[in-house]
Design a protein around this ligand. Structure first.
Ligand code: GDP
Ligand code: GDP
Length: 440
C-alpha cells in the first residue's frame, strides 16, 4: 500500500502551494481567493525516491454553513479517512485562528498522526511565532515555507521514522540510472583531454555522441564492459583553446558545471607537478557537491624520473585531501594508455555503490552493534541514545539517525558511525552523509 498523506487546513494557508511543491509540477490552481481549489486533488509525489500519494482537500471551513463549504468538508473527511498521515497546514503570518482550533479538534478524533505544517515561516520572526501552534495539542510541529521549499526535509525524516519504508519500496530507477556518468576534472595540463582522447581512440570502445544540455556542452557516450558511460562535456575538454589560455578560473568553472551532471568525478592529478593549490581547490568542489570520486594520478609513465614511489605519492594525497579519504587512488598514463581501463572498471563499481540502498533492518543491526562496541558519551548528565537509523537517500548515500540529544553526537562519534557504515556496507568511492534528528 502506498503511503497516503492529505493536506488539511483553512483556505489560503498555502495548501495548494505545498501540494505543487511536493508534486513538483503545477497540477492545481494556486490563487489568493479563499476556496478556489475546491476539488480534491490526488497526485503521485515522492521524497527520497519513495513514492507516496498526496491528497489536497479544498480546505475545512467548519464554521460556515454555505453548501460549498459543506461539500469541501465532506471531501476532506473522506480524504482523512483514506490517509495514513495528515499534514495540517497553518499560517504563521495569520497566527492561530478559531478555525484552526476546530479543525484540530476534528483531527484529534481521527487518531491519525498529524503533522503541523506551520507555513509561511520563511522569516525568523514567523519561525519563532510558529511555537504558538503547540497549543493545538500535537507535538509534531514543523516551521516550513511551501513557497520557498524550506523545512520540508525534517517533515519527511519524521514521516520515514513513523512509516519505515518496506525494503524495496522505491521508485523504479530512471531508465538511464544504470549509466555511469563521469566528469573528468583537474587543473590545466593535468591531462584531461589526453585522457579522454585516449579513451575515445580505443577500439575496445563503442563511441557515440550525445547532445548535452547546452549548445556547446557535448557529452560522449561509450560502452565498455557491458556498461554505458557518459563522459560529461567531452567537447569542453577536447576543445582546443587557441585564443583563450586554459586559465585556472576556466578550469574551475568548467569542472563545476560538469560535476553537477556527473555521479563520479575522475580527479586527474599531474604526477610531474605534485599536488598544488589548484588541485586542492578543484578537489574541494567534489567534496562540497557530494560526488563519488576516483583520484587518478596521471603521467605515471614519468614516475621513474620523479623519485617518488606510488605509496609515498598516495600518502601525500591522503595528507593533503583528508576530505576525499573515501576516494580510491589509481596511477595511470593518458599518454601510453596504461591503466586507463582500470579507471573505467573502478568507475563502474563506484557509481553502483553511490546509488546503493541498504535495507533499514541492516542499518539498525549495524547501529545496535556499533553502540554496543563503543558506548555513546554522556551529554548533560544523560546518556546519548540512538533510537533508529535508516538510509534516506542515495547519490550520495545519506543516513538518518534519530537520537535523544542532537548536540551529543560529536564529530568523533559521527566519524565512528560513518566508519562502521563503511565497514558494514562498503561504499568505496562514495561520500557518506549523516543526518541527525532529535526525538525526546
Ligand atoms: P490554499 O488556499 O491553502 O490552497 O492556499 P494557496 O496555496 O492558494 O496560498 C495562499 C496564499 O499564500 C498565496 O498567495 C500563496 O502565494 C501564499 N503562500 C503560500 N505558501 C507561502 C509561503 O511559504 N510563504 C509565503 N509568504 N506565502 C505563501
Ligand atoms: P588538460 O589541460 O588537462 O586537458 O591536459 P592535456 O591533455 O592537454 O595535457 C597537457 C600536457 O600533458 C600535454 O602536453 C600532454 O601531452 C601531456 N600529457 C597528458 N597526459 C600525459 C601522460 O600520461 N604522460 C605524459 N608524459 N604526458 C602527458
Amino acid at each position: 500500500m502506498t503511503l497516503t498523506v492529505s493536506l488539511i487546513g483553512r483556505p489560503n494557508v498555502g495548501k495548494s502551494t505545498l501540494f505543487n511543491r511536493l508534486v513538483g509540477r503545477r497540477a492545481s490552481l494556486v490563487h489568493d481567493e479563499p476556496g478556489l481549489t475546491r476539488d480534491r486533488l490526488y497526485a503521485d509525489a515522492e521524497f527520497d525516491g519513495r513514492p507516496f500519494l498526496l491528497i489536497d482537500t479544498g480546505g475545512l471551513e467548519l464554521d460556515s454553513d454555505e453548501s460549498i463549504m459543506k461539500m469541501i468538508r465532506q471531501q476532506a473527511e473522506s480524504a482523512i479517512a483514506d490517509s495514513d498521515a495528515i499534514f495540517f497546514v497553518l499560517d504563521a503570518q495569520a497566527g492561530l485562528l478559531p478555525g484552526d482550533l476546530e479543525i484540530a479538534a476534528q483531527l484529534r478524533a481521527t487518531r491519525k498522526p498529524v503533522f503541523l505544517m506551520v507555513n509561511k515561516a520563511e522569516s525568523a520572526v514567523n519561525k519563532a511565532a510558529s511555537v504558538e501552534f503547540y497549543q493545538l495539542g500535537f507535538d509534531r510541529l514543523f516551521a516550513v515555507s511551501a513557497a520557498h521549499g524550506q523545512g520540508l526535509d525534517a517533515v519527511f525524516e519524521e514521516l520515514e521514522i513513523l512509516f519505515p519504508r518496506p525494503s524495496g519500496e522505491y521508485l523504479e530507477p530512471e531508465k538511464d540510472s544504470h549509466e555511469v556518468r563521469v566528469a573528468v576534472i583537474g587543473k590545466p595540463n593535468a591531462g584531461k583531454s589526453s585522457f579522454v582522447n585516449k579513451l575515445l581512440g580505443e577500439e575496445r570502445l563503442l563511441v557515440s555522441e550525445v547532445p548535452g544540455t547546452t549548445l556547446d556542452a557535448v557529452d560522449e557516450s561509450i560502452e565498455y564492459a557491458g556498461r554505458c558511460f557518459r563522459l560529461i562535456d567531452t567537447a569542453g575538454i577536447r576543445r582546443k583553446r587557441s585564443i583563450f589560455k586554459d586559465s585556472e578560473k576556466m578550469a574551475v568553472s568548467s569542472s563545476l558545471g560538469a560535476l553537477d551532471r556527473a555521479n563520479v568525478a575522475l580527479l586527474l592529478i599531474d604526477a610531474s607537478a605534485g599536488i598544488t593549490e589548484q588541485d586542492l581547490k578543484i578537489a574541494s568542489f567534489v567534496d562540497k557537491k557530494g560526488k563519488a570520486c576516483i583520484i587518478v594520478v596521471n603521467k605515471w609513465d614519468l614516475s621513474r624520473n620523479l623519485e617518488i614511489s606510488a605509496d609515498r605519492f598516495a600518502e601525500h594525497i591522503r595528507d593533503k585531501m583528508p576530505f576525499l579519504s573515501f576516494a580510491p587512488i589509481l596511477f595511470a598514463s593518458a599518454k601510453t594508455g596504461r591503466h586507463i581501463f582500470d579507471v573505467l572498471e573502478m568507475a563502474i563499481e563506484v557509481s553502483d555503490t553511490y546509488k546503493k540502498r541498504v535495507p533499514t533492518s541492516q542499518v539498525n543491526k549495524m547501529l545496535e552493534q556499533a553502540v554496543l562496541g563503543h558506548q555513546p558519551p554522556m551529554v548533560q548528565g544523560r546518556r546519548l541514545k540512538f533510537f533508529y537509523g535508516t538510509q534516506v537517500s542515495v547519490a550520495p548515500p545519506t543516513f538518518l539517525f534519530s537520537v535523544n540529544v542532537k548536540e551529543g553526537v560529536h564529530f568523533s562519534y559521527e566519524r565512528f558511525l560513518v566508519n562502521r557504515l563503511r565497514e558494514a556496507f562498503g561504499f568505496k568511492g562514495s561520500p557518506i552523509r549523516m543526518v541527525l534528528r532529535e526525538r525526546s
